[in-house]
Design a protein. Sequence first.
Length: 379
Amino acid sequence: MVAKKKLRVGVVGCGNISTAYFRLAPLFKGVRMVACADLKPELAETQAKAFGLRAMTVDELLADKDIDIVVNLTVPAAHYPISKAALDAGKHVYSEKPFVLSLKEGLDLKRRAEKKGLRIGSAPDTFLGGAHQQARALVDAGKIGKVTSGVCHVMNHGMEHWHPNPDFFYAPGGGPILDLGPYYVSSLVQLIGPVARVAAVTSIPQARRTISNGPRTGESVPVGTPTTIHALLHFANGAVVTLNASWDVWSHGHAPIELYGEEGTMLVPDPNFFGGTVGLTRQDKPVKKLPAWNHPLGVPNQQSPRGPLANYRTVGLADMALGILEDRPHRCSLDFALHAIDIMTAILQSGETGKFVTLTTSCERPAALDPATARRMMA
């Protein structure tokens, strides 16, 4: 029997993010997009026609024996039931973020996957980008010494200004912690390691939000989840990091991530993106912007309003597929995603109770992705 060189992928959920997956998957070895499905058949038909795929119903896709991996791009509230159904159908699963909306859901998926010998992976995979792997290499080389503390800021004035249907952002399961937090939490855990406990203060400054983009302009939506969160993350290695996430801020002057070590300081670029510039200083010297690392996942490959942008979404999916084919761990792993969910839901729990919350999960830091290894993954 000839070993497979690529695993066949079916996508459930054909919204905006699906285009990035369909467009970028061919950049990598290990995966071949073959089918797509959506509760709205016209969306699946449109994407199938654009990218040469088979349009199917969700049930048809899950039952198709030719599909090895189901990529779950549904809305967050549907992540658990769709991933559960895919596992029960004998498929490996890769999910968009957030992986699930509760630790209980995640642990159930873990039990199902382990029982059937299946893999689970989850976005975000931006921490595998060139800039973030450059930061990882510097931390691992001891360039700032042991990380002792840090601050993170992800703040703007919400989604209703650009998204025509922002309702789910403001429902339970949304909010800046579960929507944007996965990028920051994943970056921190890959740089520092697992978190031991958290504390937070949360608030809902605006009870309703007014849509200012699209056909529903002027309509207001209720806010049912905290939109301003000030959290404290106490890492297992002793580091203490403050994470401020808000959709109630018009502008600010904070860097996305600053890490403070015994020997220096590192400025880490926005973890929503694969590229960016790393800043570094030793002791009391001025911070210097470092030249970009010669890493294939940091090379700009598209234009955006921000200028040239490096976008390599699906690298986490490809790494999982190659991990299955090569019988090795994958980086956007189940335990990594589960620990991130534990951190974020514990932050919200602490905001409700006013108490520290001790985490019940942990994980290993994902293996670093150096330039040479990344190049071997590219098609």
